[in-house]
Design a protein around this ligand. Structure first.
Ligand SMILES: Nc1ncnc2c1ncn2[C@@H]1O[C@H](COP(=O)(O)OP(=O)(O)O)[C@@H](O)[C@H]1O
Ligand SMILES: [Mg+2]
Length: 313
């Protein structure tokens, strides 16, 4: 299992057998901070973190040099968008990166997996807290920050869709916050509406998870088309990468479609693929990132590989 320092976020791999009690006081060998590590999840620290007025630092941490904002999108459901957000964020965090996840899907599955259901969402902050997103951001026990979602997020589209420049709402709000994170990863719903459009226009990179089947190939074409329209109609710089998920290497049809996807996206597929792996489904039940649930799982190793590939872009 992994434990991480509360202060500098350095992760350590420890054997569960060192826990004679449910919790343990340990000293971080990097920053010398003494903190409590838990065998089972501790109560969630949902104190909103404070950004100083300059927007340059999180209360206890130094500013990040440059933030990359990534939108994980595909109009098709069930292609592992939410799983990719959580596990990519966890893999980047394991490498010492400061990551904010934004749950921009009214289904709020990411918030559920991070035990942050029914917390304040983007909609409530915009509605009642002067749009200061820091009032809703919570730090999770996995060393990842989260801007949660809940069912009331559905009202955001209703409220803002007719306003001028509604598609830039998220981008504007992230301008200050992005100064303190290395990566911001946005989970989106299976549609190309208000939420996905806002996420795409806030992002530098779109990751398009896809299964290797005929209908999913069609879904990829739709989202790539949407990205190209955005690029042509605005001067927004937005790159994209396809990611094969739920992949079964022994399935001939999937292999053929994977090759077709590589051709279709002309060099814009990640080399890493994420195999179908029951550990990932089990990790959802445990509500843990897969590398924390089973560090030797194939999906865990592949999400770590994906984070390496992403760091190289
Ligand atoms: N690598 C994987 N191996 C096995 N099951 C997976 C994998 N990735 C995702 N799943 C399962 O697929 C389903 C859809 O995943 P999810 O991340 O919710 O997709 P989306 O957000 O695109 O709807 C979930 O039940 C999840 O547990
Ligand atoms: Mg989802």
């Amino acid at each position: 299992m992994f434990i991480s320092c509360d202060k500098c976020n350095t992760k350590y791999k420890v054997d569960e057998s060192v826990f004679k009690k449910p919790s343990l006081r340990v000293k971080c060998s990097k920053c010398q901070h003494v903190f409590t590590a838990y065998k089972t999840p501790p109560p969630l620290d949902d104190t909103p973190f404070v950004l100083e007025d300059s927007g340059a630092v999180i209360k206890t941490q130094a500013p990040a040099p440059e933030c990359k904002i990534i939108c994980v999108c595909n109009q098709k459901g069930g292609v592992a968008k939410t799983s990719t957000c959580l596990n990519l964020a966890s893999a980047l965090s394991a490498k010492g990166k400061r990551v904010l996840l934004i749950d921009f899907d009214v289904q709020a599955n990411l918030s559920l997996l991070l035990r942050c259901k029914n917390k304040k969402s983007f909609f409530e902050v915009m509605d009642t807290d002067d749009g200061d997103l820091t009032k809703a951001i919570v730090k999770t026990k996995h060393g990842i920050w989260l801007l949660p979602s809940n069912s009331r997020m559905a009202l955001a589209s209703k409220k803002y869709l007719n306003q001028e420049n509604f598609e830039y709402l998220l981008r504007e709000k992230l301008a200050r916050i992005k100064k303190v994170f290395d990566y911001i990863i946005i989970d989106t719903p299976p549609s190309g509406d208000f939420y996905t459009l806002n996420a795409l226009l806030a992002s530098d990179l779109a990751i398009i998870p896809t299964q290797c089947d005929y209908l999913s190939m069609n879904g990829v074409a739709h989202i790539v088309n949407m990205i190209n329209v955005i690029k042509n109609k605005t001067n927004h710089k937005l790159d994209y990468r396809g990611l094969a998920t739920l992949y079964t290497p022994t399935n001939t049809v999937e292999n053929v479609i994977y090759k077709k996807l590589k051709t279709q996206l002309a060099g814009k597929m990640f080399d890493t693929v994420i195999n179908r792996d029951s550990s990932l489904q089990e990790s959802h039940i445990a509500r843990l990132p897969v590398i924390e649930y089973d560090e030797n799982s194939q999906a865990g190793k592949q999400y770590l590989e994906l984070s390496d590939e992403l760091l190289g872009i």
